[in-house]
Design a protein around this ligand. Structure first.
Ligand code: FAD
Length: 391
């Protein structure tokens, strides 16, 4: 059997590896770029999430918890640079403290290990620069070199027999025939892991028509002259699948603040450019209009647009977490990433992972954050599901 995977990011590569580990099928990965981690998988915060903010009963909660364990083990085995530094979520007032206790309950329910509430003085021992009335500490939060992770998964898949064809952008699919800009390929089975374009690939196969991907740019600032060792978050708004501006000390030692969640006018508009064709396409869907008609969403969009335009607004957000404010000169822009957020025809942003199957194909439609953390466990699930279907 010849299986084609469209997209060689962390999900496509983890699935390729899993299929080859089980020796289920020949694998060819078609990737439009000249290397594998050019988009979300290589432009994220690199956080291996502990699972603390996942809703019990969701696929994300299961995959995040299992994925975090498996990924930390995998990084050790394969010598992928990673650091177990722990995660801190902070509260500044009673309302945020309530969110902390909600997170604590959710985390304990799904089995996140060793969560503890810490008071001001314990927080000061861990992170003297951070201001909060109360915090949660989650010791299994870790950070990884995400590009190296994708490269390692792809190299392992290749060593197990998978073939990667780079520079092959899929432009049409007709039954079993995949048409790229350069070639035609005949597939017995197709797995769509195309990230920001997963909806477009699915629509080519008359699947997932209810869904379209709306891109949200996550902008980062590199922060200098600030001593933060762990990952530090403010209590999130649980109405949205975004965690708000937080600190991450990257594997390379840089301290990053971000990502924001600005509506992007182009699926790969990393530099705030407007891609006219894709913007018109987005504006032509009822998914988009129903989403933006929600008051809550408009508030979020306006707030994030401000963060994108104004350095002062971004600094205010960072300083909310700190005892002493950082200054203008302490932050410089860092490369952005774009989230592929699925929105359904009723205007709802889907907060859980979404996979659809049709005939001889499987479509990963909403590999939302923390997709990288979930990747190994998610790949096992996808391959289990495909195995059941083709038996
Ligand atoms: C700003 C940001 C921060 C994040 N932070 C974290 C984090 O800290 N921890 C975490 O666990 N997760 C995080 N995530 C989520 C995580 O990065 C994603 O869930 C994950 O990378 C999704 O992987 P993917 O393989 O589905 O997508 P991608 O990495 O986008 O891969 C899809 C691939 O498909 C290719 N492709 C697209 N269209 C075609 C086509 N037509 N033909 C051929 N190839 C095609 C693309 O070139 C791309 O390489 C973050 C995401 C963002 C954007």
């Amino acid at each position: 059997m010849q299986t084609y995977i469209i997209g060689g990011g962390v999900i496509g590569s983890a699935v390729a590896r899993e299929i080859r580990l089980r020796d289920l099928s020949e694998i060819v990965v078609l990737e439009k770029e000249e290397s594998t981690a050019m988009h979300a998988s290589g432009r994220n915060s690199g956080v291996i999430h502990s699972g603390i903010n996942q809703f019990p009963g969701s696929l994300k909660a299961d995959f995040c918890l299992k994925g975090s364990r498996e990924l930390r083990k995998y990084c050790k085995e394969k010598n992928i640079p990673f650091k177990e530094c722990g995660t801190i979520v902070t509260a500044r007032n009673k309302q945020e403290e309530f969110v902390l206790y909600t997170l604590l309950g959710m985390g304990r329910q799904i089995g996140v290990p060793n969560l503890e509430i810490i008071n001001k003085s314990k927080l000061a021992e861990k992170e003297p620069a951070v201001k909060a009335s109360l915090a949660i500490f989650s010791p299994t939060g870790a950070v990884v070199d995400s590009q190296k992770l994708v490269e390692t998964l792809a190299d392992e898949a290749k060593s197990l027999g998978a073939k990667y064809k780079l520079g092959e952008k899929v432009i049409a699919i007709e039954k079993n025939e995949i048409i790229t800009q350069n070639n035609k390929f005949y597939a017995d089975y197709i797995i769509n892991c195309a990230g920001l374009y997963a909806d477009k690939i699915a629509h080519m196969m008359n699947t997932g028509e209810r869904y379209s991907i709306i891109p949200f740019r996550g902008e980062y600032q590199e922060v200098n002259n600030l001593s933060i060792r762990t990952m530090v978050y403010a209590a999130p708004d649980l109405n949205f699948p975004f965690l708000g501006i937080h600190f991450t000390r990257s594997i390379g030692g840089k301290l990053l603040a971000g990502p924001s969640a600005s509506l992007a006018f182009g699926r790969e508009a990393y530099n705030k450019q407007v891609v006219v064709r894709e913007t018109i396409d987005m504006l032509s869907t009822q998914n988009f209009w129903r989403l933006i008609l929600s008051k809550k969403f408009m508030k979020l969009a306006a707030h994030n647009a401000k963060l994108s335009i104004s350095k002062k607004a971004f600094m205010r957000e960072i300083n909310y977490l700190l005892k002493s404010p950082i200054l203008d000169k302490d932050i410089v822009p860092h490369k952005a990433g774009i989230r592929a957020q699925v929105v359904s025809t009723d205007g709802k942003m889907l907060d859980d992972i979404l996979v659809e199957h049709k005939d001889n194909s499987t479509h990963v439609l909403n590999a939302v954050s923390p997709g990288m953390t979930c990747s190994l466990a998610f790949a096992e699930y996808i391959v289990d599901e495909i195995t059941k279907r083709i038996k």
